[in-house]
Design a protein around this ligand. Structure first.
Ligand SMILES: [Mn+2]
Length: 312
């Protein structure tokens, strides 16, 4: 633990993410962390609107070095500090009662920074808000590759619930709006038994690659997996982490926990190939942390370590 970072936080009484300088106005920086305090797209178990505060608090005094996966062997462990010269841009000022307005606010806020060349890391907030970030990034970079960690494919229809969009629909919308390059879109950790065959057929027909936790652990599929992970990064790419990709044993404080998920170390290992992409991801997010639900402090700490795995 870096004593200065912890003492600065104690002294200021503020907890910007990873102790980064707080800067609310967009500027030319390498990257910005943005909170999204909105959960109006959650079907049940709300609380993700409080996620940004819990995520920031979990990084207080954490330092900037990622968790090492190996201390033996010659594996390419990252050596640099995470988020060098990044800033904490505060939260997108989403108002709580309108999904379309919240999406617009997220798009406008993210686009303000992307227009200055900044990469973005978003702290959710419900997973529908990723659609706002994709709209902003696709405007500047064109169709994006996307690596999505999630228990659910999030490609359902909203009409069944009397709404255009919720946290289980945004991937369908992103594909239909042309924000994603489906051949460079990969979903990891899918296992919720509820999604229907139409949803799966839609994704497969589009060319999206789908992986369950069991698939990910199959050594016979290892080279296919590495190929899929590499292909996502063959152009501008977005990395979206729904914390429900983790098993609820590790991260229970999410809107829709599903047993049988990945471990923290498995997710960190799956993030390693991203650092070999020809260009770094342009945007990423950590979504669905609902700190009012059980196990919130451990869940937020897990999310903070995943952030270091993304950034370092
Ligand atoms: Mn999701």
């Amino acid at each position: 633990m870096n004593p200065d970072l912890l003492l600065n936080g104690l002294r200021a009484g503020l907890t910007p993410f990873l102790g980064l300088p707080l800067q609310l106005e967009p500027d030319a920086v390498p990257g910005v962390v943005l909170g999204v305090p909105f959960d109006g797209g959650v079907l049940h178990r709300p609380g993700a609107r409080l996620g940004p505060w819990a995520l920031r608090a979990a990084t207080m005094g954490l330092g900037r070095l990622p968790m090492p996966l190996r201390l033996q062997g010659s594996e390419d462990e990252p050596r640099g500090y995470a988020a060098m010269d990044w800033v904490d841009g505060g939260n997108a000022p989403t108002r709580p009662f309108s999904i379309p307005e919240a999406l617009e606010t997220v798009t406008r806020t993210v686009a303000g920074w992307v227009g200055h060349g900044a990469r973005t890391l978003m702290l959710g907030g419900d997973h529908l808000m990723t659609l706002g970030a994709l709209r902003a990034h696709a405007r500047y970079h064109g169709p994006l590759g996307m690596l999505q960690f999630d228990a659910h494919p999030d490609a359902g229809h909203g009409e069944r619930w009397g709404t255009e969009a919720h946290h289980g629909t945004w991937v369908r919308q992103a594909l239909e709006e042309g924000l994603l390059d489906p051949r460079r879109t990969v979903q990891l950790g899918l296992r919720a038994p509820r999604f229907d065959s139409e949803e799966l057929a839609f994704l497969c027909d589009a060319g999206v690659k789908l992986w369950t936790p069991w698939d990910l652990r199959d050594p016979r599929l290892a080279s296919q997996l590495q190929g899929d992970l590499a292909r996502v990064g063959q152009g501008a790419a977005y990395v979206s982490i729904d914390l429900d990709v983790l098993d609820p044993a590790f991260c229970p404080a999410v809107a829709e926990p599903v047993p049988g998920g990945l471990s923290v170390v498995e997710v960190l290992a799956l993030l390693r190939p991203l650092h070999r992409w020809p260009q770094p991801w342009v945007g990423a997010d950590l979504m669905e942390l609902a700190p009012n639900l059980e196990g919130s402090e451990a869940s937020a700490r897990v999310a903070a370590h995943l952030a270091l795995g993304l950034l370092a």
